[in-house]
Design a protein around this ligand. Structure first.
Ligand code: NAD
Ligand code: ZN
Length: 412
């Protein structure tokens, strides 16, 4: 729960800007430990800064990134943190300096919080590298710099409350929200908050172009939307890799022309070599660090010798053609041993990674959705009331019930 000081509303002598309403509450999804997700009543957020808006959330999704939190693999989580970085809603309240929005507007937000004032946001359009929305000293120590703040994603990304809730505060609202037309249902635009821009970003970093062969590790929602983006860019062959056959079948059904590899019986490298003897031009990592299954990694992690596995990255280094590109959108948080730097260097490869600057891609992606040229909604398999969050985290994590992507509705 928020500290008592932060709910203070006194105007006489109190120097703390109140963040939470003194008597109005809302339902929200809180993290309480490994696999311990609770839906609780907590105070509603209030406008804290003149550039804020308060959104009444209409839809919010669970992301593969939330699974890293669910399984307690990300540093900086605190019991009672509100989760959720993929959400949209209606502007309920508005700060005095917000220029582009009014009450009642329907908007999607970006999971990465940009200020639209620092050099990363303005000159480079790297909103996910914003210099001013994350005050975590811990992250600076780990990475040399701080990335942007993120909604509902631990205190190393700023400790911002998430949007798996009835209401959420969105800072720098002009920069971090996108007005969406009423003609498009939530299901078609919600994924502009993260996974559609992320799938697109994966193909941008991989410089995917016409005729190329693209192999994608991970056939979750992000992998599938990277495949959709690669097909839109007219890649010659797109190969999705996973060990969950139901996800590969789902992708085949919704993305005609896709090829698949199931590595549960035979290794990815062996199968990929047969399918593409010279190797794919681009390899995309859409898995993330917590899926490692080698005992070597587990043992090293246990004694604090590494936090992240190198197995997926090494597979990609071995698989991709000489001079090819590796694009990493799957999340990694720390250090890894056994990384095949030799093969990477000798084969003349390039590698790029990053959290997605969603705002950069909105001007391209919203018109593609509006015109019907891209429809990310096919990944959605489950729509549930917010109260069902604990069950849905479990089902999504355990890959039960044909689950690919979950939307939670606070008002269902
Ligand atoms: P997900 O967990 O639903 O999907 C990951 C898939 O990878 C699963 O289907 C799993 O079976 C598969 N997998 C496991 N081990 C594998 C292996 N060795 N080879 C191939 N596939 C394997 O998650 P998602 O929502 O699709 O997200 C994928 C990754 O993208 C996560 O790490 C998530 O945190 C990350 N992500 C990054 C950004 C960003 O901005 N960079 C944004 C959103 C999500
Ligand atoms: Zn996400």
């Amino acid at each position: 729960m928020p500290s008592i000081e932060k709910t203070c509303r006194s105007t006489s002598g109190c120097t703390i800007t109140p963040k939470y309403h003194p008597n109005l509450t809302m339902k929200a999804v809180e993290w309480h430990g490994s696999k311990d997700i609770r839906v609780v009543d907590r105070p509603r957020p209030m406008i804290t800064d003149p550039q804020d808006v308060i959104l009444k959330v209409t839809s919010t999704a669970i992301c593969g990134s939330d699974l890293h939190l669910y399984l307690n693999y990300v540093p900086g989580l605190e019991k009672g943190d509100t989760l959720g970085h993929e959400f949209m809603g209606i502007v309920e309240d508005i700060g005095s300096e917000v220029k582009n929005l009014k009450k009642g507007d329907r908007v999607v937000t970006a999971f990465d919080i940009g200020c639209d004032r620092c050099v990363y946001c303005t000159d480079h359009k790297l909103f996910s590298s914003c210099d001013s929305t994350n005050d975590s000293k811990e992250q600076e120590k780990l990475y040399g710099h701080r990335t942007s703040g993120m909604f509902g994603y631990s205190h190393i990304t700023g400790g911002w409350d998430g949007g798996q809730a009835q209401y959420v505060r969105v800072p720098f609202a002009d920069s971090n929200t996108l007005l969406v037309p009423d003609s498009l249902p939530d299901e078609k635009v919600l994924f502009l908050s993260d996974i559609l821009p992320t799938g697109w970003h994966a193909t941008e970093m991989g410089e995917v172009s016409k005729g190329q062969t693209v192999a994608i590790w991970g056939c979750g929602p992000v992998g599938m939307l990277a495949a959709l983006s690669a097909q839109y860019k007219k890649a010659g062959r797109v190969i999705l890799i996973d060990n969950e056959q139901y996800r590969l079948d789902y992708a085949k059904k919704h993305l005609p022309g896709i090829e698949t590899i199931n590595f549960s019986k035979r290794s990815t490298l062996e199968q990929l070599k047969e399918m593409v003897p010279n190797g794919p031009d681009v390899a995309i990592e859409a898995v993330g660090f917590h899926y490692s299954r080698t005992t070597a990694h587990k043992a090293q992690m246990l004694v604090g010798l590494e936090t992240d596995p190198s197995e997926m990255l090494n597979e990609m280094i071995m698989a991709v053609r000489k001079g090819g590109i590796i694009s990493i959108v799957g999340i990694y948080v720390g250090t890894t041993n056994g990384f095949n730097i030799g093969a990477f260097m000798e084969k003349g490869l390039r590698m790029a990674g990053g959290q997605t600057p969603c705002q950069k891609y909105w001007p391209i992606l919203l018109p593609l959705i509006e015109s019907g040229k891209l429809d990310p909604s096919f990944v959605l398999t489950h729509t549930m009331p917010l109260e069902k969050a604990p069950d849905m985290y479990k089902i999504f994590d355990e890959k039960k019930d044909g689950c690919v992507k979950v939307i939670l509705k606070p008002n269902l």
